[in-house]
Design a protein around this ligand. Sequence first.
Ligand code: HEM
Length: 264
Amino acid sequence: MITINPFSQLSDFIPSIAMQVFVVLMIVLVIVGTFFEMLHKKNIKYFFQNAKKAKQSAIRTLNTGEKTSIIIKTVATDVLTTAELGAGKRRIAHVLGMWGTIIFWITSAIMIFCYSKTDVVTPSIYPLLWHLGAIMTCIGGYWFWLFLRVDVSAEGYPWYRIVRADLFVLSLIITATLGLIWSYLQSENIVGWDTLFLVLFGISNMVLFGGVYWSKFAHMFYKPGAAIQKNLAEADGSNENLPYPSDKPKQFGLGIKREEPKHY
Ligand code: HEM
């Protein structure tokens, strides 16, 4: 199963072009959903207003070299390894889920656009990475969903209490899970069940990509921008108009140590 391209087998029943159109449609849904979310929340407007205001209180002007170096460092740590989440379990779970999803999406696109015909041989690295990506997404996602998210770990709600804010993480892990089950059923030729799980896999993708407007999906576009802006503001002295020093807990006495911060 793990080295079989499930989309190539599927092309016996569904033409490659139909799969490709489905992928394009999902991309369009993400673009449209993010656009309307930006319009609704006005977050981009606020982001640029804030950046402009902060620029006015900058103590020094950064040259292009300094800016480039800050952006590269931010991408390497804050974005690619989600440094914002500290050094604990949340970061490991997020890195697993984020990279798993990225690998799953990229290999899906490669296999659908380049190898979704039975007469074309798929290099086994792509299906291998596809399955690995889905498994990583499940490990990081279920770990987060069952144990780490604030509702469960801090608020004491049971894991099965679902609210709208859970739409993103739930649709993400359900999509990865259904993808794996469908691939298994298809590789074992379990006729009927494989079709059912293919349909469920398709629907879960539509919920994930069609739900961008209502879910936390777009954070993957906003967060990198915010991290770059924060680090540039620290370097030019404007510090996003926040007071200095903002990181000297010792002077506030031992009470600050009563409870460990949990990073959410
Ligand atoms: C493909 C890319 C990504 C995926 C699949 C992904 C996935 C997720 C998921 C499933 C959650 C949990 C959402 C919830 O609260 O229900 C989450 C939260 C979060 N993500 Fe991402 N993410 C991605 C990219 C990023 C990037 C690029 C950053 C930062 C630069 C980031 C920072 C965060 C933060 C800070 C949280 C809050 C975590 C918490 O509450 O513990 N994410 N992400």
